[in-house]
Design a protein around this ligand. Structure first.
Ligand SMILES: NC(=O)c1ccc[n+]([C@@H]2O[C@H](COP(=O)([O-])OP(=O)(O)OC[C@H]3O[C@@H](n4cnc5c(N)ncnc54)[C@H](OP(=O)(O)O)[C@@H]3O)[C@@H](O)[C@H]2O)c1
Length: 229
């Protein structure tokens, strides 16, 4: 099995690369600005903002499975459009896709969430993640979508990050703190705010629904920043 880990140079991606190579998988991984350092994987530069770039990388690697663990924060072009590009490319090539999503797709207004809960993001990041995973489910129906919350651990967390320390404990994690010691980008709350609290960063998403989720809308770019403004 050859696996391609998109965002392999990131916090989660580094661990995925480590485990994939340790498990004996033929592993390829991507970076955007910081080349990955783990040996045992072939490294490829990928910028998901560039149309066609992901197709080139998939053609070069020819993976059986793709894990999309990149993060673009609230940058719609990376987090939403980029994920759509990955899903389309993976589906066209018949690759199994694992898409990493986030609990930021939810407002935090409920106490318990399960797989049947519909996304109700309240931040631009959450909206981009919700759009990404919704599009992935349409474009690559066999994809696995993994919604993770705080990711902790690892020997080499991404270093430079002002903000509260991860030692701020579980309470902080439930306010959207990442394992880097930063607020997970656009997590449904900023540090010090409870999830879903009015006045989350940049306000709530607009109340009207996004365009109908059809492939022609996705391909025509009708899912755009307007949904979050
Ligand atoms: N960390 C958490 O606590 C947490 C919580 C919930 C969900 N998640 C989700 O888990 C996934 C991984 O998060 P993470 O914290 O590991 O992210 P991260 O450490 O910030 O890593 C981001 C990765 O994405 C790459 N990337 C950035 N811009 C890109 C672009 N334009 N094109 C292609 N690749 C690009 C980065 O490459 P370079 O560094 O080389 O630029 C890096 O490999 C994300 O989907 C995130 O939403 C994370």
């Amino acid at each position: 099995m050859r696996v391609l880990i998109i965002g392999g140079s990131g916090f989660l991606g580094t661990e995925l690369v480590r485990q994939a190579t340790a498990a004996g998988w033929e592993t390829a991984a991507t970076y955007c600005s910081r080349p990955g350092r783990l040996p045992g994987a072939s490294w490829h530069r990928l910028d998901l903002r560039a149309p066609g770039h992901v197709d080139e990388v998939l053609a070069a690697v020819a993976p059986g499975a793709v894990i999309n663990a990149r993060s673009g924060g609230s940058d719609w072009a990376v987090t939403a459009d980029g994920s759509i590009r990955v899903a389309m490319a993976a589906a066209q090539r018949g690759c199994r896709l694992v898409h990493v999503s986030s609990d930021a797709v939810f407002s935090g207004s409920r106490v318990h969430y399960d797989e049947t809960c519909l996304p109700d993001p309240v931040t631009p990041y959450g909206a981009a993640k919700a759009t990404a995973e919704t599009a992935v489910r349409l474009l690559a129906p066999t994809a696995a979508v993994a919604r993770t919350s705080l990711i902790i651990g690892g020997a080499e967390p991404t270093p430079p990050c002002p903000g509260p320390s991860t030692s701020a404990s579980t309470a902080a994690s439930h306010r959207g703190m990442s394992a880097h010691g930063c607020a997970e980008p656009g997590s449904s709350s900023a540090p010090g705010r409870a999830k879903g609290e009015p006045g989350s960063p940049k306000g709530r998403c607009r109340d009207t629904a996004p365009p109908a989720l059809r492939s022609e809308n996705v391909q025509a770019g009708r899912y755009g920043p307007a949904w979050t403004s």
